[in-house]
Design a protein. Structure first.
Length: 91
């Protein structure tokens, strides 16, 4: 009987330790993941964003799926175009 109690006590101690560790990691990581959606840049005045909106609306009206695969030299322009396309296409 004594062996079984020691085994259960050990399992219980490990379970509590894992729970405490998980809660600690979650509490430390929480500030890094808060408000992720709030940091989206405002592309509304960007010409590549506006181009994406126009082409997205056109593709939606004509029932096409991203018919023009645009590639821009700058990553920021590519992100702005894609964000505009998604907004214009209704996604």
């Amino acid at each position: 009987m004594r062996i079984n109690l020691q085994r259960y006590a050990g399992v219980l101690a490990v379970a509590i330790g894992v729970g405490i560790t998980g809660a600690t990691v979650q509490a430390v990581a929480a500030p890094f993941f808060q408000n992720q959606g709030d940091h989206a840049p405002d592309y509304s005045k960007n010409k590549t964003y506006q181009q994406g909106v126009r082409e997205g609306k056109d593709d939606q009206v004509n029932h096409r799926d991203h018919s023009k695969k645009r590639h821009f030299k700058k990553d920021e322009d590519q992100r702005a175009y894609e964000a505009g396309y998604q907004k214009g296409h209704g996604n």
